[in-house]
Write a protein that binds this ligand. Sequence first.
Ligand SMILES: Cc1cc2nc3c(=O)[nH]c(=O)nc-3n(C[C@H](O)[C@H](O)[C@H](O)COP(=O)(O)OP(=O)(O)OC[C@H]3O[C@@H](n4cnc5c(N)ncnc54)[C@H](O)[C@@H]3O)c2cc1C
Length: 371
Amino acid sequence: MEVAIMGAGLSGLSCAITLERYGITPTIFEKRNIVGDRFVNAEAMFSILNRPTKNWLPYLAENYHINLTPIDEVDKLFIHSKNMIGSIDGKIGHTNVRGRHVDSFENQLSKQVKANIKFNSTYEYKELCKDFEYVVLATGDGEYASRLGNYRCDLTCTIKGATVQGEFTKSNPHVWFNYEILPKGYGWLIPFSEKEADLVMAYPDYPDNIELDINDMWGKFYNLACVNLDQSLIITDKFEVTRYMMGICDKPKIDNTYFVGNCFGAISPGLGFGQYASILTGIYSAYDICNLGTYEELCTPLFENYNHSLVFRRFMESLTDDEIDFGVKNSNKKLLDKLIDKLCSNDSSIELLKLSTPLMRLWNNYKGVKS
Ligand SMILES: Cc1cc2nc3c(=O)[nH]c(=O)nc-3n(C[C@H](O)[C@H](O)[C@H](O)COP(=O)(O)OP(=O)(O)OC[C@H]3O[C@@H](n4cnc5c(N)ncnc54)[C@H](O)[C@@H]3O)c2cc1C
């Protein structure tokens, strides 16, 4: 059986590992000259966003033999709003590293793949369709799905970030919701060692935001992070991503082409998390090819999760800085704190995003926001 995988990232490599487990050797095409040849980027994944799965990394290892070692387990997430600082305490997820870093998730996955990867590939999708029985599109964006008329783009984002040096507690990422500086966007700091972290801001490309000066925003955000962390962060590397697409395909599979990872719509519009769904879609496409399941059916919960997350995004966009301050202030109340810990912990299987979607819809309607 001839299977081409276009893209050696999270979804493509997870597909390859799974196919090989069931005796199929795919041909993997990667346009870059090594796996993960992009800026080093620390990412995170919180268990609450992957329900009903409780703890995603052990789940992937036990059920699908995809073995990934994180940087650390998150035991405290700091939340900064315009005038407040709160936190969620407890084992709520993991941080990991991406890109050129030796321990990046893509590097870890590539070590579990036996097939050779054809680097510097210039193959087009149409050429692969001619030569292979199955094509798995895993290129990390919705471009191909869009060109095939199979993608609904809900928003695009501008992302600017840097690797910074300082003093960090590895298990304590920070997130900022401050619309005065980042309208309808957010920023985060994720350490990948005690001395290095990624400081990143992301905001949607809405007409009002496009007029803003990105360097000015970055300057303000960087200064805010330095003040909140009470240290002068040293920038050692910078990156910028423009028009990062958040959307979802209409059909996860057309004929013998599979849309996986961000080509599927793995990235959740709420907070931009896409790693878990990317890996799952890679695995599920392989299951379909091996006749172990139906890709469309396996993807159904991922479609649902995407839609809940879109409601969450619209909800977040509808809030004012004062309302976010109010939420952060009250999240520090002891009882609520306990409840949040319980809901967010790795041991909980409560689908908070799904359960709160009707309430967020009501709120969005009240605020006149379409969701
Ligand atoms: C700045 C940033 C921060 C993020 N933070 C988080 C986070 O904290 N948590 C989280 O869960 N998610 C996060 N995400 C999202 C997550 O990284 C993605 O959802 C995930 O990597 C998508 O996996 P993928 O397999 O679709 O693509 P990728 O892992 O990006 O792999 C795509 C691969 O395809 C290759 N390729 C592209 N075009 C071609 C072609 N024509 N031919 C051959 N190969 C090609 C690329 O070179 C690349 O190797 C973040 C994304 C960004 C940009």
